[in-house]
Design a protein around this ligand. Structure first.
Ligand code: PMP
Length: 339
């Protein structure tokens, strides 16, 4: 019998693991994927949003009638909108003018107010999205800035929920945990918990875009959204997000865009898991790791969100070809039959 919930907030966390039987074929170590797109808002960020809002209430930063503010066009905004509205708050999402229009539409659909601002000016410019959002948080009475990059309640969500779930679901047999790193909350919280509960026996691997700074890249642009970070070497005040603790990550697998994107497409076609590009990066990293392991090891990889948000990107043959990620002949098996 499926669960009956009194609130959608009870449908955050408790996601299943799926064995990657096809992609893992011929690899001795089993690879299991944690399907975070099955959270109520469709991503792993529902966990962080719930945790940050409950912590803000507990700390007296958010009171009845209050307003939640965050610069986000993506999964964190959706999570904050769902949890925030359910708990009676006004939710304001600052969205970059470069974001796709559908991203703002989905936030509005969940009842958030969207403020569009530019990210095409230097960060010191008062018109920059980050400054607009900070000003709103200062000027609106009772407003609270969620600040997922530096908020400890973000990694804490994974210490309390994702980590224990992975440990219990694998009966304590997990030996390697693989996740992409955006704010770092997922890898830090889940990885940190698994290391602690296993007495240091679990190895934690970050999946990073090849040019991202986490894994030592040069910062040149990459396609895979929501993971990776760029530290400007000359800007002294640049630093890692406080949600990220580098000592939790034992090593990084640096994954080129092409490998991430093609892996996301294989997950949909071969495993029935329609996921976004950061899931492709994580699974590509997990497969690299698993190939070096044996049958007594067990790899868990986290799939942050659904591919439905990327139908016109990674899951579109046209888009993949336009950016050179898909060769013409491999793209459409029916073409020779139709001509
Ligand atoms: N993938 C997707 C699709 C995400 O939305 C996020 C969160 N921004 C991540 C990966 C990275 O997760 P975290 O912020 O916990 O490092």
């Amino acid at each position: 019998m499926a669960a009956v919930h009194e609130s959608v907030l009870d449908a955050i966390g408790g996601t299943p693991l799926f064995r990657l039987a096809r992609l893992g074929a011929g690899i001795a170590a089993p690879v299991y994927a944690k399907a975070e797109f099955l959270n109520i808002g469709g991503s792993v960020k529902d966990r962080a949003a719930l945790s940050m809002i409950l912590a803000a209430e507990r700390d007296g930063l958010l009171e009845p009638g209050g307003t939640i503010v965050e610069a986000t066009s993506g999964n964190t905004g959706i999570g904050l909108a769902i949890v925030g509205r359910q708990r009676g708050y006004r939710v304001i999402a600052g969205v970059s003018d470069k974001s796709a229009a559908e991203k703002a539409d989905i936030l509005r659909a969940y009842g958030a107010e969207v403020v569009l601002a530019t990210t095409s000016v230097p960060q010191e410019d008062p018109r920059h999205l980050f400054n607009v959002v900070r000003r709103l948080a200062e000027e609106i009475p009772g407003a609270w800035l969620a600040n997922q990059y530096d908020n400890q309640a973000n990694p804490d969500a994974h210490v309390r929920t994702t980590g224990p779930e992975v440990w219990e679901q694998t009966g304590g047999r997990v030996t390697h945990f693989v996740a992409g790193v955006g704010t770092g909350g997922t890898v830090t919280g889940t990885g940190g918990y698994l290391k602690q509960v296993s007495g240091g026996a679990v190895t934690v691997i970050g999946a990073d875009p090849e040019s991202s700074s986490y894994g030592g890249g040069d910062g040149s642009p990459w396609f895979v959204e929501s993971i990776g970070h760029f530290l400007h070497p000359e800007t002294v005040e640049d630093r890692w997000p406080q949600a990220y603790r580098s000592e939790v990550v034992d090593s990084f697998e640096r994954i080129p865009d092409r490998e991430s994107l093609l892996t996301a497409r294989r997950l949909a076609r071969e495993e029935g898991l329609l996921v976004g590009p950061s899931s492709g990066a994580a699974v590509a990293a997990a497969l690299r790791v698993a190939r070096r392991l044996g049958p007594d090891d067990l790899v868990v990889v986290l799939l942050p969100d659904s591919g439905r948000s990327y139908l016109s990107k990674v899951h579109s043959d046209t888009w993949m070809r336009r950016w050179g990620f898909l060769e013409e002949e491999a793209a459409d098996g029916l073409r020779p039959l139709l001509e």
